[in-house]
Ligand binder design. Structure first.
Ligand code: COA
Length: 260
C-alpha cells in the first residue's frame, strides 16, 4: 500500500525518506509514525538500499513535533502507548545496520528533534531550529528526548533546553554538539547525500558493526562494550570485505566491497 504521509525514494543505494505533511509542518500523527516504522523496516531489509536520508517536505519544517491535535485527546494509557510506539520506531532507526542521516531543513521540535537525534548523524540547514518545547504543553519529551539529548549534549544543556522549552538556532545546535554540520539550505540534500555516499563506499558489514558498537556499546558497562568491540574486530576478520580492503590498500587501488 502506498504511503499517505511520507515518501520513500530509492536511487543508487540511497533511500530518501521524507515526512510529507507540510500543511501541518510535518507533525507526527499516529499514521505518520506508523508509516515511518514501515519505511524503516523497508530500508533495513531492502538489498538495493545501503543507507538513508531522513528529511521533511517543504522549506519550513523538518518535523514540528508530535501532532498536538492528537495528543490533546489522549488519556494516560493511550499516552503511554503512543510514547512506546514512537520510541520503538525511533529505536529501529537508531539500531539500523545501515547509516541514516537526518537532513534537518527547518523546525525540529519535540518529536522532530527526537527523530533527528535517533538518526546516526544530523546535518542542519542554516534556517533549522531545534527544541524540546513539551513542558509548554504540560507534558515532557515522549520519544526518547529525555535520554538522547543528555547523551548528545550533556545533562546540564539538555535540562536547560527541556526545562526552558526554548528554541535554539542551527548554529547553537552545532556549538553544543547536537548537529554535526550546518550548511546553506540549498546545499542541505547534496551535503547529506555526499556524506552518505562517503559512508557507503566502505564495507557494509563494517558499517553495520561500527553502528552497533557505538549505539549498543554506549549502553553497556565499558568492559562489556570493549568486549563487543573486540568480538566484532575478530568477526570482521572472517569477511571477504576485510581481505579486499587490506589487499586494495596494499595494491594502492580503491576497494570493491561486496558485503560478504
Ligand atoms: N502538531 C499539530 N499541528 C501542528 C504542529 C504540531 N506539533 N506544529 C504545527 N502545526 C500546524 C499548525 O497548527 C498549523 O495548522 P493550521 O494551519 O491548520 O492552523 C500549521 O501547522 C502551521 O503552523 P503555524 O503555527 O501556523 O506556523 P508558525 O510559523 O506560526 O509557527 C511553530 C511555527 C513551529 C513555531 C509552531 O507551529 C509551533 O509552535 N508548533 C508546535 C511545536 C511544538 O510544541 N512541538 C512539540 C509537540 S510535543
Amino acid at each position: 500500500m502506498p504511503f499517505q504521509n511520507i515518501t520513500l525514494d530509492v536511487s543508487d543505494q540511497v533511500a530518501t525518506l521524507t515526512v510529507n505533511r507540510p500543511d501541518k509542518l510535518n507533525a507526527l500523527n499516529d499514521l505518520t509514525v506508523s508509516e515511518l516504522g514501515q519505511a524503516v523496516e523497508e530500508i533495513r531489509s531492502r538489498a538495493d538500499v545501503g543507507g538513508a536520508i531522513l528529511t521533511g517536505s517543504g522549506n519550513k519544517a523538518f518535523v514540528a513535533g508530535a501532532d498536538i491535535a492528537e495528543l490533546a485527546k489522549q488519556g494516560p494509557l493511550e499516552g503511554r502507548e503512543r510514547a512506546r510506539r514512537g520510541q520503538e520506531v525511533l529505536r529501529r532507526i537508531e539500531t539500523s545496520p545501515k547509516p541514516i542521516i537526518a537532513a534537518v531543513n527547518g523546525f525540529a521540535l519535540g518529536g522532530g528533534c527526537e527523530l533527528a537525534m535517533a538518526c546516526h548523524v544530523r546535518i542542519a540547514a542554516e534556517n533549522a531550529k531545534f527544541g524540546q518545547p513539551e513542558v509548554k504543553l504540560g507534558i515532557g519529551p515522549g520519544y526518547g528526548g529525555s535520554q538522547r539529548l543528555p547523551r548528545l549534549v550533556g545533562q546540564g544543556r539538555a535540562l536547560e533546553l527541556i526545562l526552558t522549552a526554548e528554541m535554539i538556532s542551527a548554529q547553537e545546535a552545532y556549538r553544543i554538539g547536537l548537529v554535526n554540520a550546518v550548511v546553506p539550505a540549498a546545499e542541505l540534500m547534496a551535503h547529506a547525500t555526499a556524506m552518505l555516499r562517503k559512508m557507503l563506499a566502505n564495507g557494509p558489514v563494517a558499517l553495520a558493526m561500527s553502528i552497533e558498537a557505538v549505539v549498543r556499546g554506549m549502553e553497556l558497562p565499558l568492559d562489556d562494550a570493549l568486549r563487543l568491540e573486540a568480538d566484532q574486530f575478530g568477526l570482521l576478520a572472517a569477511t571477504e570485505d576485510m581481505r579486499e580492503g587490506m589487499r586494495a590498500f596494499l595494491e594502492k587501488r580503491a576497494p570493491h566491497f561486496t558485503g560478504r
